[in-house]
Design a protein around this ligand. Structure first.
Ligand SMILES: Nc1nc2c(ncn2[C@@H]2O[C@H](COP(=O)(O)OP(=O)(O)O)[C@@H](O)[C@H]2O)c(=O)[nH]1
Ligand SMILES: [Mg+2]
Length: 345
């Protein structure tokens, strides 16, 4: 990774202006894609460091530039517990898409791994033949900077890959933790991967993923207990309220390339359902809302810190035994007053 600086300077470090970077992105040049995603990641970190609540100029300008071109890609999230076979499934799915002549971007979002972590390295080796295919772009993203930074950077990265013209953007996440759930909440279709055995299913319910899954895959169907898990899942689904779409439960053996065709069929069927029912627009509207709310919260907190000092006010509240509402009121009033005087950008 290049030690990118702030904003446009980071883009220029490759000898490219923001305009040049944007132009190369639209040609899906891998180096430009890689650099742009680094810019988005550093944008998040810059934001935390600067605490001014606004995205670092480079990331923000880049998103501003490419955003009008977004909305065409099929954005599919593949989530589930570690070791369920998500990477293997994504790899197989990507190959299917390529066979049809579609281009594919794969984003592996893993908050637990350092950037060149062992698991991701393993994924890379497994996906090697995809790596040499110019119709495929693979990138992993891990924790950087503040809480929530990964979710923002990954959503921005999805926009970028969408704008770059990839037909598919496949996002792999472990699906635990707020960052990851937020990532999963901002894709069009959610594929939940589980394996035979009840433990993982309960884990999924706990993580709140069950309610937002559109397609279930019981991977490792070569293992014992697949029928039991199949019935358990269908039972759980039968008691939920799913509106017009009842999430199908599929079986797959990713390592043997079994069940992948069916998975693609169901993902496409879900897409058709989204379009036909108007749900796609509704989802995208709610994705926008989620992102806007996140940015707003961050800005208010950052502004409160800038105007009054968060630590100072908390300390003051603690010492005077103020209740949390009183502390928040004081901080919020400080922000409102300051914005009237235009002290807050
Ligand atoms: N037996 C069996 N093993 C599988 C299957 N799919 C993946 N695996 C293996 O499970 C392990 C974890 O797979 P991986 O794709 O890295 O899981 P991830 O952590 O969810 O991304 C690897 O050793 C895979 O080869 C399957 O369908 N059956
Ligand atoms: Mg994986």
């Amino acid at each position: 990774m290049s030690a990118a600086g702030q904003g446009p300077a980071a883009a220029r470090s490759a000898g490219w202006t923001l305009d040049e970077l944007a132009a190369r992105l639209l040609e899906r040049q891998p180096r430009a894609l890689g650099r742009a995603i680094s810019l988005l990641e550093n944008g998040s970190r810059g934001l935390a460091a600067a605490a001014d609540g606004a995205a670092a100029p480079g990331a923000r300008e880049l998103i501003g530039r490419i955003f009008p071109r977004t909305g065409r890609a099929r954005v599919v999230g593949v989530t589930g517990p570690p070791g369920a076979g998500k990477s293997t499934l994504v790899d197989r799915l990507a190959r299917r898409c390529r066979q049809r002549g579609d281009t594919v971007a794969i984003l592996a979002v893993d908050p637990t791994s350092p950037f060149t972590g062992g698991a991701l390295l393993g994924d890379r080796i497994r996906m090697q033949s995809l790596y040499t295919d110019p119709g495929v772009f693979i990138r992993s993203m891990a924790t950087r900077g503040a809480m929530g930074g990964l979710a923002r950077a990954s959503r921005d990265a999805v926009d970028l890959l969408d704008a770059a013209g990839f037909d598919w953007v496949l996002v792999e996440t472990v699906g635990v933790g707020q960052d990851e759930v937020d990532v999963v909440r901002s894709v069009d279709s959610v594929v939940m991967v589980t394996v035979p055995g009840l433990g993982d299913d309960i884990q999924a319910i706990k993580a709140g993923i069950l309610e937002i899954a559109d397609v279930f895959v019981i991977n490792k169907a070569d293992r014992e207990g697949v029928e039991r898990t199949f019935k358990d899942l269908q039972m759980m689904l039968s008691i939920g309220d799913h509106g017009a779409w009842l999430p199908p439960v599929l079986k797959a053996v990713a390592t043997r390339d079994e069940g992948i065709d069916r998975l693609l069929v169901e993902v496409e069927r879900h897409r058709e359902h989204l379009v036909a029912s108007g749900e796609l627009a509704a989802r995208r509207r709610s994705h926008l809302r989620l992102r806007v709310e996140t940015l707003l919260k961050e800005r208010v907190v950052a502004a409160a810190d800038q105007v009054l000092g968060l630590d100072r006010e908390i300390e003051r509240g603690f010492a005077s035994r103020l209740d949390p509402y009183q502390v928040a009121d004081r901080l919020f009033s400080g922000v409102v007053d300051a914005s009237r005087e235009e002290l807050v950008p």
